[in-house]
Design a binder for this molecule. Sequence first.
Ligand SMILES: *Cc1c(COP(=O)(O)O)cnc(C)c1O
Length: 450
Amino acid sequence: MNDLLAAGEERGLGDSGREALRRALAAALDELRRDCRRGRPRELDDSFWSRVGELLAVAPAVGVRPVINATGVVLHTNLGRAPWAPEAVRAAAAAAGGYAVVEIDLAGGGRGERAPGVAAQLRRLTGAEDALAVNNNAAAVLLALSALARGRKVAVARSELVEIGGSYRMPEVVAAAGARTVECGTTNRVHLRDFAAALEDPEVACVLKVHPSNFRLEGFTAAVEPAELAELCRAHAVPLVFDLGSGVLGGDDLPGTAGEPNVRAALAAGCDLVTFSGDKLLGGPQAGLVAGAAPLVRRLRRDVLARCLRLDKSILAALEATLGLHALGPAAVRRRLPALRALAADPAELHRRAAALAARLAGPGRSCEAVACESRVGSGAAPTVLVPSAGLRLRVERLAPVELAARLRRSEPPVIPRVQDEAVLLDLRTVAPGEEETLVRVCLDALGAT
Ligand SMILES: *Cc1c(COP(=O)(O)O)cnc(C)c1O
């Protein structure tokens, strides 16, 4: 290895550091040994070194790097949720690589508002008086509660005191914002009179409505409609904040999003502030967006946490570009935002792609078939909706499916499949057509065919 490291450095492959070169060499050697074992002797020749160069290019010294998502979960939190549109990638790269117009008044030369273009886009798209963007939706809710209810109380339906993954638990978020939770109603049934009783307490400074996300209540249940709750809140001059989560802006019915509440409708129903994520059904970078009444958004901007939770210039640029695509209308959204394009993909077309790939992967000792399967939206949006899809079902003789899946995940780039019905399943809804050649190379290798 020392000799190879020296040789690699001599060939100019040392720019990412010795450790990165060592890892690329180890991976290339693994491939070479495997070829030799399969009766295809290879040398440490130019093709070896060009493979080392390739591995260095795709896998720099860091762990955050591209993977192929073959899970069929479109907004996969562990895989970074929404892929960005090329427009967003370009805008972020341009802002990141130099100075950027972030918070400057170009007319006067002094300090200006931070990213006024983002707020303007959000106003136009949601119909809200004002808007603000912070680090993520969890931060948006924390900031709203801190600004409106610190030192006072927040009324929440018992049925909406949910935990949304890990440490995001509503009662704890309220406490972290320096407020106390007032629970309204029972676990299964919450009525308007429960909120009316809570609002008799002058310490209650806001009412919080939470989209229960990946949790559903069925059977003998009752909930209060946003419009009714908004009317009650208005009568008590207490703001209503709706943590909407998934961020469907309005109107257009994307596949898999039927029944998801949308931002425009929530504002039209009278919610004073609506919060949602940038990287769920908005299809952009990780961000938390707050849209609503101008005086309340102003209070959020002035809160002590606003500075702690603010966005970086590159994310602001990507967000503005993403919102710009939404402004072009539903057709552009489906065509140009990768996550929404994946959700809108036609199962028949996915089946055609799966059949073509299956033909290329088939061979002795293994089976590769194109099959129908079901995708999910992911990230707590429309949790019960299954979107008809198509993919590849892979099996290899004398190799357990979990082992084959682990091989795919250990490839470079990693391929993340599902294991289902005693086979490995690659759902093509979340694999971009441009990723197919790489997918074929990784699969052939994992299937022992190269
Ligand atoms: C996803 C979600 C959150 C958390 O949003 P992040 O952008 O991941 O911070 C909060 N509330 C609801 C209802 C959600 O669906």
